[in-house]
Design a protein around this ligand. Structure first.
Ligand SMILES: [Zn+2]
Length: 97
């Protein structure tokens, strides 16, 4: 289990050529269909492929994001609210390019 948070300032990032969206990118790369939000857990909501970063607790007791960006399916509400830290399975993370 890994902890992640929404990455800031990624809304203008275009998905790679050959994919319809970041959600499409996630589904094709993971070979699964996105059926629920990995943040709030709600099924069959309006999902997007959200950019997240893995966070770990530093010696200062605060969350520190790592630079690598990953895509996970999250709903529009969670994608907007932003600062929530949530946990995902490692196989839910698809590396963004
Ligand atoms: Zn959600």
């Amino acid at each position: 289990m890994l902890y992640v948070k929404n990455a800031v300032g990624t809304s203008d990032k275009k998905c790679p050529y050959g994919y319809d969206s970041w959600l499409d990118f996630w589904e094709k790369r993971s070979n699964r269909s996105a059926t629920y939000c990995r943040c709030c857990g709600k099924p069959y909501v309006n999902l997007v492929g959200g950019h997240v970063q893995i966070v770990t607790v530093g010696i200062d007791g605060k969350w520190h994001p790592s630079p690598q960006l990953y895509i996970v399916p999250i709903c529009q509400d969670c994608n907007v609210s932003g600062t929530t830290i949530f946990h995902v399975d490692s196989n839910d993370l698809v590396k963004a390019e």
